[in-house]
Design a protein around this ligand. Structure first.
Ligand code: DQA
Length: 141
C-alpha cells in the first residue's frame, strides 16, 4: 500500500510555529513514528509552501498511489486549484487538520477541497494523520 502525506504552507514550521495551537513536535519526528508503526505501508512525505507545487504533486501520484493524506494548511480555505486537482485524480484524498478549524476564525470554516475528498479529519492533533492511515488500511482489499 502506497500512501503520500502532503503538508502545505507553514507546516514545515511544526514544533516551532504557534505551539499552543499546533503542538511542539516537528512533523519529521512524527513521520518517523508513523513509519515505525506502519512498517507495512510504503510512505512518501512531501511538503511545499507553493500552491502550484502541491498541485503538481497531486498530479504526479494521483493515478498511482492508494491514498493521499493532505493538510493543505491555509490553501484549504482559498485554493480552487487544489480542490480541482483532487477532483481530477483517481487516488482518494483525506483532508486533515491538526487544529479544530471549526473552533477557530470563520474563514477557516470553509474548505474548497473537502467536497472532493473522501473524508475530513480535523482537530485531533497529529493523530489526525494516523487516523487517516488507519482508514486507508481498513478499506484495503
Ligand atoms: C491547519 C488549519 C489551517 O486553517 C491553517 O491555515 C494551517 C494549519 C491545521 O492543520 O490545523 O496552516 O491546516
Amino acid at each position: 500500500m502506497k500512501i503520500l502525506i502532503i503538508n502545505g504552507p507553514n507546516l514545515n514550521l511544526l514544533g516551532k510555529r504557534e505551539p499552543t495551537i499546533y503542538g511542539d513536535n516537528s512533523f519529521e519526528d512524527y513521520y518517523k513514528k508513523l513509519e515505525a508503526e506502519f512498517s507495512n505501508v510504503d510512505f512518501e512525505y512531501y511538503q511545499s509552501n507553493v500552491e502550484g507545487e502541491l498541485i503538481n504533486k497531486l498530479h504526479e501520484v494521483g493515478f498511482i498511489y492508494d491514498g493521499i493524506i493532505m493538510n493543505a494548511g491555509a490553501y484549504t480555505h482559498t485554493s480552487v486549484g487544489i480542490g480541482d486537482a483532487i477532483a481530477g485524480i483517481e487516488t482518494p484524498v483525506i483532508e486533515v487538520h491538526i487544529s479544530n478549524v471549526y473552533a477557530r476564525e470563520e474563514f477557516r470554516h470553509q474548505s474548497l477541497m473537502a467536497k472532493n475528498c473522501v473524508g475530513v479529519i480535523t482537530g485531533l492533533g497529529l493523530n489526525s494523520y494516523r487516523l487517516a492511515i488507519l482508514h486507508f488500511l481498513s478499506i484495503k482489499k
